[in-house]
Design a protein around this ligand. Structure first.
Ligand SMILES: Nc1ncnc2c1ncn2[C@@H]1O[C@H](COP(=O)(O)OP(=O)(O)OP(=O)(O)O)[C@@H](O)[C@H]1O
Length: 301
């Protein structure tokens, strides 16, 4: 599949501070790509470079095959939410959307559609955005990103400030957007949310990519958890067949697959009482392992 977003050796330096360092990745249609990293890792700067707001010191970024700034009527192709607080405080939500709809050549009914989609009430849409809560600003920012019915969404911390119902709604929205062929690049600190919705991950620390790939591959832990009526014999036959084996309280953890364990147990005449693939590491553990060198010192309680 043709990648919809590409970063090729993207690099940004401010004075002597290398903020983004040769970052390369792709985000593909039909998939949600989670973009993770500790505070200050360079996520927002990367997203700003992808959307033409910050000029890279080196490297290249494309959206739909071209630099963002070369897109005619970009809002019809790419929905961007970078800073929900950066909305005109003196305008109402409806005014902001109406102006953008006119600039994009969209019918005014599209404003109503996105307001309904993001759950902003008619009264809220007629209030000036300076009176909005963070969650309402975020919903307006999402409405703005979705306005032009884009094929690509670039969203920096879109769940920030949303209430639990809003977070669940956003997850469903992003999933169905990707399932209908859209491309989503999503940064977030909510690891559970990312784990629930992302298909691919890009993790950065200190401006560099520290892990990337499909969530299923990154979180898969090969191996098997097994318990039998004779774990000593089973451990011996597993080890003799070249597999790693370690005791785990009751039972054994081994690098062998469930099928390999089953076959060896059968040959050895050992009765299995439990046999299952090892559980996944979980995104939180992967995140901390990948970014260990780049995290902040733990703050003493
Ligand atoms: N315009 C700028 N001038 C100088 N330094 C900058 C500028 N913009 C960002 N930085 C620095 O670049 C680094 C990365 O910032 P960035 O906002 O991209 O990180 P982030 O991963 O989005 O962080 P967070 O999770 O806190 O939002 C930070 O150290 C920040 O201070």
């Amino acid at each position: 599949m043709v990648p919809m977003i590409t970063a090729e050796n993207l690099t940004k330096r401010y004075a002597d501070h290398l903020v983004v360092d040769t970052v390369s990745f792709t985000a593909r249609p039909g998939r949600v790509t989670g973009f993770l990293g500790p505070n200050g890792a360079g996520k927002s700067t990367t997203m700003r470079m992808l959307t033409g707001l910050t000029r890279p010191t080196a490297g290249r970024a494309t959206v739909l095959g071209v630099p963002f700034t070369s897109l005619a009527n970009p809002g019809r192709h790419v929905g961007v939410l970078l800073d929900a607080a950066a909305q005109h405080a003196g305008r109402t939500g409806r005014e902001i959307l109406t102006v953008s709809a006119q600039l994009m050549g969209l019918p005014s009914r599209r404003v109503e559609e996105v307001l309904t989609l993001v759950g902003l009430t008619p009264a809220e849409s007629r209030a000036r955005t300076r009176t909005y809560s963070l969650g309402m600003r975020q919903r307006l920012g999402l409405a703005h990103a979705l306005l032009g019915e884009p094929a690509v969404l670039v969203l920096d911390e879109p769940a920030n400030g949303l209430d639990p119902a809003g977070i669940r709604w956003l997850r469903t929205l992003l999933r169905s957007f990707a399932d209908s062929g859209g491309t989503v690049l999503l940064s977030s600190h909510l690891l559970r949310e990312v784990e629930a919705v992302a298909d691919d991950l890009v993790i950065i620390g200190g401006g560099r990519i520290v892990a990337q790939g499909a969530v299923a591959d990154l979180l898969a832990t090969p191996g098997t958890q097994v318990h039998s009526t004779d774990d000593l014999t089973l451990a011996a036959v597993l080890a003799a067949d070249g597999h790693d084996v370690s005791p785990t309280g009751p039972g054994l953890a081994t690098s062998a697959t469930t099928e390999e364990v089953g076959r060896l147990a059968l040959t050895a005449g050992v009765v299995l009482t439990e046999l299952r693939p090892s559980s996944s590491t979980g995104l939180e553990q992967l995140f901390f392992d990948a970014t260990a060198q780049h995290g902040r010192e733990e703050i003493p309680a």
